[in-house]
Design a protein around this ligand. Sequence first.
Ligand code: ADP
Ligand code: MG
Length: 698
Amino acid sequence: MGTVPEYFGCLVFDDRVMKASLPADVYRSLRKTIDEGARLDSSVANAVATAMKDWAVAHGATHYTHWFQPLTGITAEKHDSFIYPSPDGGVIMEFSGKELIKGEPDASSFPSGGLRATFEARGYTAWDPTSYAFIKGKTLCIPTAFCSYGGEALDKKTPLLRSMKALNKQAMRILRLFGNDTVKCVRTSVGPEQEYFLIAKEMYDRRPDLRFTGRTLFGAKAPKGQEMDDHYFGVIKPRVAAFMEELNEELWKLGILAKTEHNEVAPAQHELAPIYSTTNIATDHNQLTMEIMQKVAAKHGLVCLLHEKPFAGVNGSGKHNNWSMATDTGTNLLSPGDTPYENAQFLLFLCAVIKAVDDYQDLLRLSVATAGNDHRLGANEAPPAVISIFLGDELTGVLEAIETGTPYNGAEKKQMKLGVDVLPRFNRDTTDRNRTSPFAFTGNKFEFRMLGSSNSIACANIMLNSAVAESLKIYADRLEGAEDFETTLHEMIRKTIKDHKRIIFNGNGYDDAWIKEATERRGLHNYPTTPDCMPHLLDKKNIDMLTAHGVYSQAELKSRCEIMLENYCKAVTIEANTMVTMAKTEIVPAVEAYAMEVAKAAAAKKALEAGLACSYESALIRKLSALTDKIAVKADELEEAVLALHTAQDVIAQANAIRDTVLIKMRELRVPCDEAETLTAKKYWPYPTYGDLLFSVN
Ligand code: ADP
Ligand code: MG
């Protein structure tokens, strides 16, 4: 296959291929579309389509698809072949500009949350030329946005692109105010660190809970878990190494910058981090990465679990979203500069993020809310459900000095007061890494750590971009009208610090005392579950902000809220039904069969020696019998709780009922089942145990 630089991106219709295969004028107009969002005229589209098709066919492709990201959270594709009948009875391979730019999948089976009436089933997909087309198997995949005929976004890419546009617009206003006339655009970049579990396929196949829900719903603790701290960064086992090697190759061929891989905290848990890229590309790439992880795992007799909490009692999986803003000229706007003037600009962008995170805590929280992630947030392994920002001591010191007008103990011990020229110089602080903060500044980027491993990163970035755009807009409005730029700037920075310092917390986010302080003293939101936070999507302040920046329409927001709550209800209902079935049809019969075997043993002993007490057997049978009674009762109660959901008036009521009854009954059913597992002979137990699952791959 050659060296990595030789095959990297070989399945991507990237800039190198475009340059080589397109006529110079076509290439130039396409570049203008990619870089500046200019409209593409139809002759250019036709030329691009033909070049794309020729390149794809030369690489063995027979089909093309508009690849999109509906609100199911996974990607969708409908394949069409390139064939076109020719008069002589044969076929030629054809692909037009029209087919490249627009597709018309039947939208009726994708969730729309009421956006698309069923009589108007059509939706359309529209090419996103900023994310390169690529080949998967025998199909040319064209990244697209997915909308209804009324123009409402039915996907995650459209609002993401809109949020990037909104942030670009406001950030450009700020840069112009700082006298920068050369920058053409500001883009956000993301590097998502992806956690996952790998387990043996033959064991996965024997667990209905894993197959139907992606997580174990039963399972007694294994004798060994993560207590020895021997897995994190540990030596990678041969089967896992072989998986990672093939995964890297597949990702590199697709132009995905897979960079870092290591074992994570829990047994069987691993992480993959790419080098960061522009947010919409990073999002596409992360979706592809998750898909390819599962495919490659299957080839190795493994299953890649992306669920946030596959196993109780050991760490779950998240996704750290490393986020920054940069100009097209390569300046990272979250990087402290060398001069006080650059630092003033840096501080303003920093303050924009601080204000955004405080003002829109609820949006950030709900952007990562799913039934799966609810098991993780606040469970002493992931950040709490309360959002706060870690800045580190140095930066916090700078902000305090500005707020109070006192000297800053950094390099320059100057009195800090109004005026840009006296804002301090300070060094980048990358050493102090706080792992417990949900939103941490790490030197030149923010790391948002609440995302679940299976989440599309689109949602979190839509909210982050939009909220920061809003802060920047407020700043730009004030500064553009200011008489004295420097005084106004300084005052604004100071006011932001004063108003929003409650969101800054450099201590241990896993500590219960913090949650108390955060909610009681600082008034920060604490929304532990999806039904607690999701309805806030429709709070007036959130609708106002998101519609003002053109990121979502009100109808789109309503539909998102509905779909996210529906997804929550469906996910938990499937789990509950799976538990009932497993308990009634496999666990109880297994325990009964084992009790019968024990009873037979006792009877045999008594036959040998009349009057023998058989106290061990009697006690065990009594215990097992008490457990099966309890399991039967709890399974019935859970079943009833699920049935009662039908009486809920709307999806919010249903989600609340799930939180307040179904999830509790699920926990109650699990207890006697897990206890029965520890008392039942292994050969009778119907499922691979936690020990089997977590230590199955060598
Ligand atoms: P860790 O958090 O495990 O220490 P790293 O510091 O190696 O991880 O970086 C994690 C991710 O952050 C990588 O994907 C990296 O490419 C990304 N990253 C680095 N710089 C930036 C930046 N300026 N903007 C966005 N992401 C970045
Ligand atoms: Mg990290």
